[in-house]
Design a protein around this ligand. Structure first.
Ligand code: ATP
Length: 315
């Protein structure tokens, strides 16, 4: 089984206790582990895969809490780092429909230092970049560039999720798109929300949006559509794989559960690149990943709601 190296942010999500309020009205918050690439590493490890998280937290109690959560979920944190800067925090509120309102207080995640010892380990394995804070400068962005180069030279399978957060890029969406394109053109697999596919391509029709992105370079795209399922796109074929019917209470982390489950399955192939040529197998894997996403929406919080192997593969 291949290791999946998930690079990016790990942070505290302070989630408003009372739902149905945006952040301007929320009064009490509960502390949860968050950060899309960390969620993806947990999703992989909870299914029984080899998820490795690479990111920085503060040398403070929040940092200790976060690394402990990853450990409890069997994520390998041996290459994670502690920084003197405070742990990054996000304040999150769920509106009535389960959608999120975000405010970031950025700290240690940007302090990640490039580790040259990782390069050899990447050989033939899988690297997943989640870019919520990865393009906001600092050591994390520098590390991203260097790890992308290492992944390419080591023939690693590259996965990318832009994790666009409107609050972080207001008025600077073009910069976000430009930085994302550098990764998209080198990635073998990209996972977008509908909004991200449209933003990056500049095209509202999703199939045309995917074709524009394929021309940039990425051969396999999954556009997750919430309760409507997932659009799977290659340059030649497009299919919507329907979602599993559930009663969602909190959609946080559904996309991370989805891509984590898809990468877990790809990691179990002898050759991850097989997925680029076997479209039917890709569709089967996406149907299973949809299940992981759906199950995650039935519980509160991202990491506690991620499904284990039996919940996805045996029920
Ligand atoms: P997030 O940013 O919260 O991680 P996302 O926008 O990237 O989410 P979604 O499209 O919300 O991702 O969800 C990912 C997958 O999870 C979907 O493709 C679908 O298979 C499943 N899913 C999400 N919401 C629902 C739902 N309401 N009912 C059934 N399945 C769902």
């Amino acid at each position: 089984m291949k290791t999946i190296y998930c690079i990016g942010e790990l942070l505290i999500d302070f989630v408003a206790i009372k739902q149905g309020n945006d952040l301007s009205k929320a009064k009490e918050f509960t502390k949860k582990a968050g950060g899309a690439p960390a969620n993806v590493a947990c999703a992989i490890s909870k299914l029984g895969g080899k998820g490795q998280f690479i990111g920085a937290v503060g040398n403070d109690p929040f940092g200790a809490f976060l690394l402990n959560v990853l450990k409890e979920n069997r994520v390998d944190i041996s290459l994670s780092q502690r920084s003197k800067t405070f742990t990054t925090m996000a304040f999150v509120s769920l509106a009535e429909d389960g959608e999120r309102d975000f405010v970031f207080s950025r700290g240690a995640d940007k302090k990640l230092k490039y580790d040259s010892s990782l390069k050899k380990q990447l050989k033939g394995n899988i690297v997943h970049f989640g870019a919520a804070t990865g393009f906001l400068g600092g050591g994390l962005e520098e590390s991203y560039d260097r790890y992308l180069f290492d992944a390419l030279t080591q023939n690693a399978f590259i996965s990318f999720d832009p994790n666009f957060r409107e609050d972080l890029w207001k008025g600077e969406e073009e910069t976000f798109v430009r930085k994302s394109l550098r990764f998209i053109e080198k990635s073998h697999l990209c996972k977008f929300s509908e909004e991200e596919a449209q933003l990056i391509s500049g095209e509202s029709d999703l199939e045309r949006a995917c074709n524009i992105i394929h021309e940039i370079g990425c051969p396999t795209i999954c556009v997750t559509l919430g309760g409507k399922g997932t659009l799977v796109s290659t340059a030649q074929k497009k299919t919507i794989v329907e979602s599993i019917k559930v009663s969602p209470v909190d959609t946080t982390g559904a996309g991370d559960a989805f891509i984590g489950c898809l990468l877990y399955q790809i990691a179990n192939l002898g050759d991850p690149y097989q997925i680029l040529t076997d479209y039917d197998q890709l569709l089967e894997m996406v149907a299973i990943a949809n299940k992981a996403g759906a199950v995650t929406t039935t519980g509160y919080g991202a990491i506690p709601s991620l499904p284990d192997y039996d919940a996805v593969f045996k029920n």
